[in-house]
Design a protein around this ligand. Sequence first.
Ligand code: HEC
Length: 133
Amino acid sequence: MPHTLVRALAVGGALLVLAGCADDEQLDADEVARGGELYDRHCAACHGGAEGGQISDVPPPHNAEGHTWHHADCQLVDITLHGMPPREGFPEMPAFEHQLTEDEVEAILAHIKTWWEPEQREHQAEVTEQVCD
Ligand code: HEC
């Protein structure tokens, strides 16, 4: 798919979600946009975009088809900054601590959250509350 189309879909999807669910989460539109640019630059090539993929894929999609929404914010930030231990036969999740700040990773997460269903966002917010300080 051409990059511009992917981007248009991602932005369109984000706007739809933001418009539809403004009351269940305070996603900051500027942060979401900033996170989208960072996501396209650093993550999309491996993890894909707003649509497609399935839960068993490695790398997993970060959209509603994946399992990212099962994990708390602090765990997702930690994985993104520090990477994951390599597993034989699978590609590796690199560490981004020298390329992204914690704030930037949080913006990326805000962007990813616009791809989730409202129930997924709600569940993930509860998990975050239980797990993170
Ligand atoms: C070179 C490919 C690659 C890039 C680039 C990459 N990842 Fe990953 N990521 C992976 C792989 C592979 C896994 C799964 C590792 C495993 O299961 O052992 C993964 C797993 C993850 C996970 C844990 C699984 C989940 O969905 O909760 C998170 C969170 C994550 N990546 C976030 C990011 C973010 C954010 C970026 C961009 C800043 C990024 N990754 C860029 C390859 C990549």
